[in-house]
Design a protein around this ligand. Structure first.
Ligand code: LMR
Length: 394
């Protein structure tokens, strides 16, 4: 049986983690995987998480299973965080998934079970696992142009042009905010225009939101998503608590499915629970319980929001300092886009050869498509980063 197995290549993000680890140089810089690190290179446990864990340790009396689709309290807390009151509660089915990836995977499973012949549209570029999972599930997929490599912003006209080929019943993967890997987001006017266009075509949005709170703010980052939710008859949302609650390894995510009415919501809910039963049975509980406690308790929530805002300010500051350093060294404004991108990432627009040189010559690790994680920048390494970028001809 095992003889027929061929080794699988990890994707470019996962591959980079190992390459970085194996590099013996002390001055190496990790701008790879999307994990927040503070100036000391540490991914801290957020204070609200620690406090909730302490309270949980004191109060929790059982580790018995919760419910197949996850705890209803977690569903309610996340519904409110992501959707506010944009949609009637009785139209929303929910599934607690292991991380945001689990939510995306289950969203694709729903497409496979309900409309396996329809095309799933994915931005070019996108998080590599989107295409990989669609291929794994043998779902038809197509890419729409998204990023303008000249302006380093969204090429909305090209995007709309490609999407004019989308057909009734197709699905489209959109990034709720902080587009991964580009850092270039749609404006709210573009969200509205896109929404009206897709509704007319009968295209179902699948919104992947893994960085709520890392763009303009917790509420601001879901303006486009909520406007879609308020107008589409059906929609899937894959949300992650990995980054905004710093719960990476606790695998805390949720799939929200907005159905036409409460009857279809109930059948959708039963399908979602069935998917968990088939794949993992009962979902993990620890991370989701902490999130629920934090969102339901005023003091914990304020502490969480303050810390998230501070993380965000650091990321924005890193962006501004790198852009300024490059402006000074290159005597040009061509790197100004780094400051206007949102979230953890920026796509620098460098060639694979340049990225390889950054790694070999300077010990700086960015994803081969030239995505950087701005959280890996520090006061100490920004000059080196700017120098290296110019040295490889960016
Ligand atoms: C990333 O894009 O770096 C993160 O979402 C981590 C991952 O799983 O790829």
């Amino acid at each position: 049986m095992f003889e027929s197995i061929r080794p699988q290549n990890p994707d470019k993000i996962i591959m980079l983690i190992k390459q970085f680890r194996d590099d013996p140089r002390e001055q190496k810089i990790d701008l790879g995987v999307g994990v927040y690190r503070n100036a000391d290179g540490v991914t801290p446990v957020m204070k609200a998480v620690k406090d909730a864990e302490h309270q949980l340790w004191l109060e929790q009396e059982t580790k018995a299973y919760t419910a197949l689709a996850g705890d209803p309290g977690y569903h309610a807390a996340m519904r409110s965080l992501v959707l506010g009151d944009a949609v009637d509660e009785d139209r929303i089915a929910a599934l607690h998934t292991p991380g945001g990836t689990g939510a995306v995977r289950n969203a694709f499973e729903v497409v496979r079970l309900t409309s396996p012949d329809r095309t799933v549209w994915v931005s070019k570029p996108s998080w590599p696992n989107h295409l990989s999972m669609l291929d794994f599930l043998a779902l038809p997929r197509a890419e729409y142009r998204y990023f303008d490599s000249e302006t380093r912003s969204v090429n909305f006209a090209a995007m709309m042009d490609d999407l004019s080929q989308a057909e009734d019943g197709d699905a489209i993967v959109l990034h709720g905010c902080c587009h991964n890997p580009t850092g270039a987001d749609l404006s709210s006017v573009e969200w509205d225009e896109l929404g009206a266009f897709l509704i007319n075509r009968g295209v179902v949005p699948i919104i992947d939101i893994a960085y709520q709170g890392f763009g303009d703010g917790i509420a601001e980052d879901v303006i486009g998503l909520r406007s879609f939710a308020g107008s589409f008859p059906e929609m899937l949302i894959a949300a992650s608590c990995s980054k905004n609650f710093g719960l990476y390894r606790e695998r805390t995510g949720i799939l929200l499915a907005i159905a036409r009415d409460s009857r279809t919501r109930n059948t959708t809910q039963s399908l979602l629970a069935h998917l968990n039963r088939q794949n993992i049975s009962f979902p993990p509980d620890h991370g989701s319980r902490l999130v629920t406690m934090i969102l339901q308790n005023d003091a914990l929530r304020t502490s969480w929001q303050d810390e998230l805002n501070a993380i965000n300010a650091t990321l924005r500051d890193n962006r501004a300092r790198l852009a300024e350093e490059l402006r000074r060294r290159s005597s040009s404004d061509r790197f100004g886009f780094i400051s206007s991108h949102k979230g953890m990432f920026s796509l620098l627009g460098a060639s694979e050869d340049q990225v390889e040189l950054m790694k070999k010559r300077h010990g700086i690790y960015l994803v081969s498509d030239s995505r950087i994680n701005v959280a890996g920048l520090t006061d100490g390494n920004i000059p080196k980063m700017a120098e290296a970028m110019l040295d490889v001809g960016m």
